[in-house]
Design a protein. Structure first.
Length: 369
């Protein structure tokens, strides 16, 4: 094993609640109200959708409704039904009107054409399915220990090189200095002068979707307090109530919405883990125990898998490679924050801290909550 290289769970795809869009020549993060499952390949600056994304959209019949708002593309906004009334459509005929037209009498041919056009338009509208929003994903986790599935730390990136500079847990941290990597106390981003300009919580959750690759996972990355706090609690609770059989629990990654005073009562979205739809907690625990028995009979050693993961995480200092971190900086740090004032020191810029505060909502930058 190469020393200094952190060995992380194999990733075969990504789960996101937002995307990066280009506006006025700048690539900026944009929030969303649904999940998107992508591959690890980009084309024209956008992640290519994973086949599971469309498959899950077709399979699900309903999603969460709390804190959501129908999009205009679904034709459900007031005043936009997707079809304009006939009276609002301009006439396609030009020139002088006939006597019948002036008197409001339509010809037999016009009546016949209108009678045929109306059912055809209604049929075309009815047969065009609205794109379902993906707001829940059936998942499992790889490990029985919650902290192996979700790694969350306070993280500060060097935005010019996209390399992690300081990673801590509120008690201790690893920081890159001129003398190399150093261990220091970590007071958290609110009380740390070094990280006040951009240090924030950053979590990575590895999830298994489907059974095509039982040791391959999709990674959900977030800098949102709500998502990290909720996912941490759920993983710990499910591990406790299942008797330590967390890896066998049939779970569901679900999108929830809420409004706060800091969001000015606008809806913000965060990720949650719940028992899979159609199951009670007791049924989910029973299924987890049955799966444990089946795996044990097949020779599957879950404890050894957890130990291997621990050794892999302990083998390196930082989890994200520079190539991956470049995309993370783009996704989690809005473009305006990357423009530094000339000669402005990193740790002593109150103006930059205020700019970040104004552009943040509920302690995190959009699109991830």
């Amino acid at each position: 094993m190469i020393k200094g290289l952190m060995i992380t769970p194999p990733v075969i795809g990504r789960i996101a609640i937002g995307k990066v869009v280009e506006r006025n020549g700048k690539r900026l993060p944009e929030k969303d109200d649904e999940f998107t499952i992508t591959t690890q390949v980009q084309a024209r600056g956008q992640w290519i959708l994973h086949p599971l994304d469309e498959a899950l959209r077709q399979a699900q019949h309903s999603g969460i409704k709390e804190g959501t708002k129908p999009s205009l593309s679904e034709g459900s906004e007031e005043g936009d039904s997707g079809l304009q009334p006939a009276s609002a459509q301009p006439s396609q005929r030009s020139g002088k009107r006939s006597l019948k037209e002036k008197m409001g009498v339509a010809t037999d041919m016009e009546q016949t054409m209108d009678a045929k056009a109306r059912p055809a338009a209604a049929t075309a509208t009815a047969t065009t399915p609205a794109r379902r929003k993906l707001r829940s994903i059936p998942v499992r986790v790889l490990f029985n220990e919650p902290d192996l599935n979700l790694r969350a730390h306070y993280t500060l990136f060097d935005r010019s090189t996209a390399r992690p500079v300081c990673v801590g847990d509120g008690e201790s941290c690893k920081r890159v200095t001129s003398q190399g990597l150093a261990a220091m106390p970590c007071p958290g981003p609110d009380a740390c002068a070094f990280g006040q300009d951009g240090c924030k919580p950053y979590g990575r959750l590895n999830l298994v979707i489907g059974d095509s690759d039982e040791l391959g996972s999709f990674v959900f990355r977030t800098t949102g307090f709500n998502s990290i706090r909720t996912l941490t609690a759920r993983l710990q609770y499910f591990a406790a109530v299942s008797g330590g059989h967390l890896a066998g629990m049939p779970l569901e990654l679900k999108l929830r919405g809420k409004s706060t005073t800091q969001s000015h009562r606008a809806a913000i979205y965060y990720a949650d883990l719940v028992v899979r739809s159609g199951l009670t907690l007791n049924e989910a625990i029973a299924q987890a125990r049955e799966l444990v028995v089946q795996r044990h009979a097949a020779g599957f050693d879950q404890q050894a898998l957890d130990e291997a993961a621990k050794l892999g995480y302990a083998n390196g200092s930082f989890e994200d490679s520079p190539e991956e971190a470049a995309g993370l900086v783009e996704e989690f740090y809005p473009e305006p924050l990357l423009q530094e004032a000339p000669g402005e020191p990193i740790a002593d810029s109150e103006a930059r801290t205020l700019r970040m505060h104004r552009q943040s909502v509920n302690g995190t930058h959009r699109p991830y909550a």
